[in-house]
Design a binder for this molecule. Structure first.
Ligand code: COA
Length: 252
């Protein structure tokens, strides 16, 4: 297991904590691998009935490591990001997310695959793919319009502006907005309730709620193809360079 992703099991609850606070919990290859393995293992571990995902420091997850986008772009189905997306989108175990701060890119799209999402009051979320010359991933182009309606999904994905915890609640991404100090307590309260439910019926209920996993998987793949092309575009290269050089990108 990676030091950058901490896991612990207590009372049937597996907590997966992204632990790279100095980089705002941006996910590198090692972290995707560790999170994919933890989620997959949970499905077969008799001691685990619920998963809680959260972050350390003031950030939930600042998205894909932008240095990795340039140096280790995702190559196909066996890439760590694709393994992570497959694990979270097909998980049998119920997942509760405690969004303790900033959630960018995959930090937000992973929430679309969680069953319960609690967001700290001050957290900001964003889907900035467009501003990086990129396209949606994690089946966000399918799931977000379903949750939020086309109009709101278009705003979030085509303008790419940050949105508040309250807006995440209004768009149907989140179950509740919490005081930051209470966030983990609230997420754990739900996790404990879930852990006390009959395991098989709970998993089957989740599977029924997410029965269209085939269309989700197809959309993840279709987006990944477009993402790969976009990542090689001059606009994305300029956006990544601009982030590295701490300046605004200049698109043609
Ligand atoms: N990849 C790699 N490093 C990242 C990162 C990412 N996605 N997000 C943040 N970091 C790093 C910063 O480079 C910085 O590193 P440094 O201290 O070595 O310079 C450190 O984390 C702190 O980030 P900083 O930008 O100083 O913090 P902030 O509070 O001002 O802003 C964010 C936080 C998340 C809003 C901002 O860092 C950001 O926009 N990050 C990029 C998010 C993104 O576009 N993700 C990909 C989406 S597809």
């Amino acid at each position: 297991m990676s030091d950058l992703v901490n896991t612990s099991v207590k009372d049937g609850i597996l907590t997966i904590r992204m632990n790279r606070a100095d980089k705002k919990n941006a996910l590198n290859l090692e972290m995707y691998d560790a999170m994919a393995a933890a989620i997959k293992d949970a499905d077969t571990n008799p001691d685990v009935r619920v998963i809680v995902i959260t972050g350390t420091g003031d950030s939930f997850c600042a998205g894909n490591d932008l240095k990795d986008f340039a140096e280790n772009p995702p190559t196909g189905k066996s890439s760590p990001v694709m393994k992570f997306l497959k694990a979270i989108s097909t998980a049998e175990t119920p997942i509760v997310a405690a969004v303790n701060g900033t959630a960018v890119g995959i930090g937000t799209t992973m929430l679309l695959h969680c069953d319960f999402v609690y967001v700290a009051k001050d957290a900001m979320l964003s889907l900035p793919f467009i501003n990086l010359g990129l396209v949606p991933e994690a089946a966000a182009s399918l799931l977000l319009p379903r949750m939020a309606g086309h109009a709101r999904a278009a705003e979030l994905l085509m303008l790419g502006e940050p949105f508040s915890a309250k807006e995440a609640l209004d768009t149907g991404i989140a179950n509740a907005v919490c005081e930051t100090a209470d966030l983990e307590k609230v997420a754990m309260k739900t996790a404990k309730k879930l852990a006390a439910k009959p395991k098989d019926a709970l998993r089957t209920t989740k599977a029924l709620l997410r029965r269209d996993f085939e269309s989700v998987a197809q959309r993840i793949d279709a987006e990944a193809e477009e993402f790969k092309k976009a990542l090689a575009s001059p606009d994305a290269k300029e956006a990544l360079l601009a982030f590295k050089e701490k300046r605004k990108p200049k698109f043609n």
